[in-house]
Design a protein around this ligand. Structure first.
Ligand SMILES: Cc1ncc(COP(=O)(O)O)c(C=O)c1O
Length: 294
């Protein structure tokens, strides 16, 4: 049975409810997070909790619980799930109030979290890479907030899906590639890895930050710089990153091959580095605590 924790209580998922006038429902005025946990260990937990707090501040949403309380809830959900691979989904809204655009004077925030089995992607996805389709980035200016208002992302993802693509790659009015509908996007050209700067025009992914750190530590030339759709089409390699896909090679864009049309060497190197980092996070968290003292 799936469990939800909602406003302080654990319940069967089917019994968790918010009212019809919840402002996330009426206005898309909420934030969310998705966190992966393998073998009982959440990955990049503090980074996700920090982004949650940043996103809430970005919408001036009051936080009804402390980070310690939230972490405890998540660990309990992981334990109750009894599964080796889960994703934790959390959402926070300003809560219910009589419908009006301006914020209610006394908000009653709704916060909930639930755990889901995280199905393994078919291995050929990472082995062979995926196709993407480009779509105009129609989102608002505060993309650094992980907001539940995802309509432009849904439309773009649907556009790509209907063409048999895995992801939509978004570009702005200046032809600059920003990111994917549900993931960060990267290209490789002449041995240099490029990704759009986390300057508010993209969602700064937690996996993106991990990849930047691992790449730099490995001496890979990685640059947070903008690049155009043309540059992307001429790239040697491309890949996506996110919590659930980790590093996923992209081999075709708009039905044209990127580079050789197969996952590139740097992409594969970064896939290995991320896999190894996740294994070491799991190992470190699972190791018995060293006894201090004599
Ligand atoms: C628009 C967008 N960009 C990037 C990401 C990747 O973020 P993360 O690595 O934290 O999963 C996501 C994930 O949901 C996303 O929705």
């Amino acid at each position: 049975m799936e469990t939800v924790w909602i406003n302080g209580e654990f319940k069967p998922l089917s019994e968790g409810h918010v009212g019809l006038e919840d402002r996330a429902l009426l206005f898309g005025e909420g934030i969310y997070e998705v966190i992966a946990a393998y073998q009982g260990v959440p990955i990049l937990l503090e980074e996700h909790l920090e982004r949650w707090e940043r996103s809430a501040a970005g919408l001036r949403l009051p936080l009804p619980y402390t980070r310690d309380q939230r972490r405890e809830v998540l660990m309990e959900l992981i334990a109750r799930s009894g599964s080796d691979r889960i994703s934790l989904y959390g959402q926070l809204s300003r809560g219910e109030s009589r419908r009006a655009h301006q914020f209610p004077a006394t908000p009653k925030p709704n916060e909930f979290w639930f755990a889901r089995n995280l199905a393994k992607y078919p291995p050929e996805l990472h082995e062979k890479g995926v196709k993407v389709y480009t779509h105009l980035d129609e989102r608002w200016a505060r993309r650094w907030i992980k907001s539940t208002s995802l309509l432009p992302n849904c439309i773009a993802k649907q556009y790509a899906t209907e063409r048999g693509g895995f992801e939509a790659i978004l570009f702005n009015e200046e032809n600059i590639v920003t990111e994917g509908a549900v993931a960060n996007f990267w290209v490789v050209k002449n041995g240099v890895v490029y990704t759009h700067p986390a300057n508010g025009r993209i969602l700064g992914g937690c996996k993106r930050a991990m990849v930047l750190e691992l790449a730099r530590a490995a001496g890979i030339d990685v640059r947070e710089e903008t690049y155009s759709v043309d540059f992307m089409m001429q790239a040697d390699e491309a890949f996506l990153t996110s919590t659930t896909i980790n590093v996923l090679p992209v081999v075709k864009a708009d039905d044209m091959a990127i580079g050789s049309g197969t996952p590139g060497a740097l992409t594969r190197r970064l896939m290995e580095l991320v896999d190894a980092e996740i294994s070491s996070i799991i190992e470190a968290a699972s190791a018995p605590a060293v006894q201090s003292g004599t």
